[in-house]
Ligand binder design. Structure first.
Ligand code: BG6
Length: 478
């Protein structure tokens, strides 16, 4: 033990996954087809994610990693037992919309889908694990995309409301932490994956994206309202792909650019926490000539149904410059930024910045004074198991240790309010960005490769025992 101060007593330690990246079983028990099923690995992946290339059916010659993923659909009992063994207090997972409403616009839900999640939540509670449920994590029924154009359509409000009402009613007492949309700001960078948007030639893409964003924001407010009505114990959060922007130099123009970039992300959370569109966004729409259709009722829903907590993913900070030729780009979570010469990078070129987590926590706290939840953080790395399947992942332990220290300082030295921490991909799963399996985040190794080969057997890595110790000591034994 060291002199590190513990986290608050109720701190929710755990791990996070998303349905399409781990469940597999894409066509079992009545499940319908979703956008994420149709995003293959390979050179076309990013164009499809971005809504620039159409992939509305499976096509020959492509590999679709979500179809089987790590088959958690059939392994969830064993996987949750392992989470329990690590001492998880919470497990963040997402619902596959098409298990509940296979097409999305039915009036009655699919009982088999509801039963699957009920079993899963009950299994969590057996180990004292509180489920933290993302309602939509890069997930939209294909039927809704073909028929209505995904979130560009106002009709989505009705379908999403039905989904939420079904979930809140059926899982009352089993789930109390809900997140409405994973990384809502990704709609600007990954519109097909984030919102089922595919663009036709000549469309005003900015307008379509912000109109779809408006629908998601209103849908999120409707969900918050319903969640509170159905069970006052429910807590609803928004979710941001976070990472503070630094100015490339102390040139005021660079600072201004960094502020604009931050605003393009915070815009969503500004609406969800403050209940109204920020002035800078209204001015931006005006300047760009964007006409976003919104009703008085929408504005009232936004105003009256703000979120209970702000959750976010953090992988790295970002860098902005006013000079378009300022320097080299760095890879990052879907969207790139400038490379920071003070930081090291992961094997995928994502820059590693633990202090950036403390900075981001403080920035979000200063902006909103709402309880926060770090629901994704981790290192995507290449693991090399020995003949027994054991991985000595000291690099992952180092990454997490430094980030937990930074988080501890934000809580204990700066006084931010943090509900919990769930590391991303606590069990190896399919990468959202690249579709690869070899980009691993887990404490648990899964025997499966990029081409879908492997036994799907699970093995504990060195980080498994390390994280178990971190949780048992409430973050003091790192
Ligand atoms: C976030 C997503 O963007 O980052 C996850 O919410 C994703 O779904 C995670 O997996 C890590 O990104 P990647 O591309 O390494 O899988």
């Amino acid at each position: 033990m060291t002199d590190v101060k513990p986290f608050p007593k109720e701190f929710l330690w755990g791990g996070a996954t998303a349905a399409n990246q781990c469940e597999g079983a894409y066509n079992l028990d009545g499940r319908g087809l979703a956008n994420v099923d149709l995003i293959p690995t390979g050179a076309d992946r990013f164009a499809i994610i971005a809504g620039q290339k159409k992939m509305f059916t499976f096509k020959k010659g492509y590999f679709y990693p979500a179809a089987e993923a790590i088959d958690m659909y059939h392994h969830f009992k064993d996987d949750i037992a392992l989470f329990g063994e690590m001492g998880f207090k919470t497990y963040r997972l997402s619902i596959a919309w098409t298990r509940i409403f296979p097409k999305g616009d039915e009036l009655e839900p699919n009982e088999a889908g509801l039963q699957f999640y009920e079993n899963l939540f009950k299994e969590c509670h057996r180990y004292g694990i509180e489920p933290l449920v993302t309602i939509t994590h890069f997930d939209c029924p294909m039927h809704l995309i073909r028929e209505y154009g995904g979130w560009r359509s106002r009709k989505m409000l009705e379908f999403y409301e039905r989904l939420c009402r079904t979930l809140f009613t059926r899982f009352k007492g089993l789930v109390k932490y809900w997140i409405t949309f994973n990384e809502i700001n990704m709609i600007l960078h990954a519109p097909f994956m984030g919102a089922g948007l595919y663009f036709e030639a000549g469309e005003n893409e900015e307008e379509v994206k912000y109109q779809a964003a408006h629908h998601e924001l209103v849908a999120s407010a409707i969900a918050t309202k319903l969640a509170h009505e159905i069970d006052p114990q429910n807590k609803v959060g928004c979710m941001l792909a976070a990472g503070q922007y630094y100015p490339n130099t102390c040139n005021p123009a660079d600072y201004w650019q960094a502020m604009q970039e931050d605003r393009s992300n915070y815009f969503f959370i500004d609406v969800q926490v403050r209940g109204e569109y920020p002035h800078y966004a209204e001015k931006q729409f005006e300047r760009a000539g964007l006409h976003i259709v919104m009703t008085q009722e929408d504005l009232q829903l936004l105003k009256e149904n703000t979120v209970d907590f702000v959750s976010f993913s953090y992988y790295s900070s970002r860098v902005a410059s006013a000079d378009p030729k300022a320097g080299e780009e760095s890879q990052g979570n879907i969207f790139a930024s400038l490379k920071n010469p003070y930081l090291k990078s992961s094997a995928w070129g994502w820059q590693i910045d633990p202090l950036g987590l403390r900075i981001t926590l403080n920035a979000i706290w200063d902006r909103y004074q709402k309880p926060m939840f770090i629901v994704e953080n981790g290192l995507g790395a290449i693991d090399k198991p020995d003949e027994n399947g054991y991985v000595e992942d000291d690099y992952r332990i180092d990454y997490l240790r430094e980030h937990i220290k930074a988080m501890n300082e934000a809580v204990n030295e700066d006084g931010v309010e943090l509900l919990g921490y769930t590391t991303w991909g606590c069990i190896d799963l399919v990468s959202a960005g690249t579709g690869e399996m070899k980009k691993r985040y887990g404490f648990i190794y899964v025997d499966r490769d990029n081409e879908g080969k492997g036994t799907l057997k699970r093995f504990k890595k060195k980080s498994f025992t390390w994280y178990q110790k971190v949780i048992a000591s409430n973050g003091t034994d790192l």
